[in-house]
Design a protein around this ligand. Sequence first.
Ligand code: GAP
Length: 433
Amino acid sequence: MTSLDEIVALCKRRGFIYPGSEIYGGITGFWDYGPLGVELKRNLKNFWWKHMVELRDDVVGVDAAIIMNPKVWEASGHTKAFADPLVECKICHQRSRADNPQERKLHEEKHAHDNKKVEWTEPKQFNLLTEVLLGVTEPKTSAFLRGEITQGVFVNFQNVVSSTRVKIPFGIAQIGKAFRNEITPGNFTFRSREFEQMELEFFIKPDEEEGEKWFSYWKEERLKWYQRLGIKPENLRFRDHRDDERAHYARKATDIEYQAPFGWSELEGIHHRGDWDLSRHNLTYKDKTTNEEFTPWVIETSGGVDRTILFLLLEAYTKDGERTVLKLHPQLAPFTAAVFPLVSNKPDLVKKAESVYSLIQQAFRVSWDDRGNIGKRYFSQDEAGTPFCVTVDFTTLEDETVTIRNRDTAKQERVPIGKILGYIEEKMKEDSL
Ligand code: GAP
């Protein structure tokens, strides 16, 4: 299994993810995406939007503000109940989540090396909302950075219903940043204090059977979606929440978990939120044909952008002798193609390669490399996950063909310049499962 250290090193070396504010010693729980990471993240979010919004007739999107009126968080129950239980080690005062036995066990093992037995304090509840101060004059107004992006959907429920033609059952999708004052950020980006979520709130009739039907439907849809990204079925599983661990808003909850090097870990939460949120915000829905008015129930799918990226990198990282290959889904790879002039000191060849580069650039994200020998360039692109390497050589100058090398098979094909875009498009389709 790929270790987390291998991925952390790759991310830093190749510009996927860097520690936040690194030149000032970093800041716990915050991470910055570099040139390759930002492309992967954009591609992932587009892939999600395509499948959850564009390819469906029953979902629309919103993009709500990060800071909302604090009354939203009072009504939603977050100011009271959005808390994690925290315990403190009586030897070194390190804090740990009381509901994370794995984390506490590791800590206990550390002290066991010095023949010390850890005693923990009684659990205390710590609220996860991050407070901010607004305004220029004292006293400033206190508000919160959103702890889940979800509430921005609910407060716009009425706006969406009255400004569009949506009819129950329908969904509102959103992607955006959320912030949590996590007690123990860690495992690289897995638990951060600033992260991104991609969520669907799906509104249904308040009916037990409907609830069961849509909860099962979305569980299966979301599991398939992660498999479509290239995650092996054996590395994914459902885990139902026990009654004592469910969030305050959930009637029922199941996680999709990934088999990470640090154990099975939550990738996405599927929640049956019932009428918790809409009734808290005093919102109802009126059926335009029957005039029936009711408080819809909500089935939610809530995935983490950063966790998906971390798990995709773990899944894609492959060692093949000396070669490190990042076998990312071609539609997610930061660069779809790279263009190389065989040599960099022949102006005719370089000019031709530049024109091939410009051609591909019109349709796909493309990288240019004319350093060192071809073998080294292939190695470098394999590690970045680039699915297609296009080489312009002396034959190109004679017959207008290039070689295209496939990242995963390392096989090369000769393709006419005029057919490069069609070739890549076809292969991307083939690979998109
Ligand atoms: N609206 C429901 C909600 O926020 P959640 O289970 O608390 O549910 C959903 O979070 C997803 O957000 C998680 O499955 C995870 O992927 C991501 N997530 C939550 N906390 C995170 C953190 N501290 N760092 C990174 N991702 C996080």
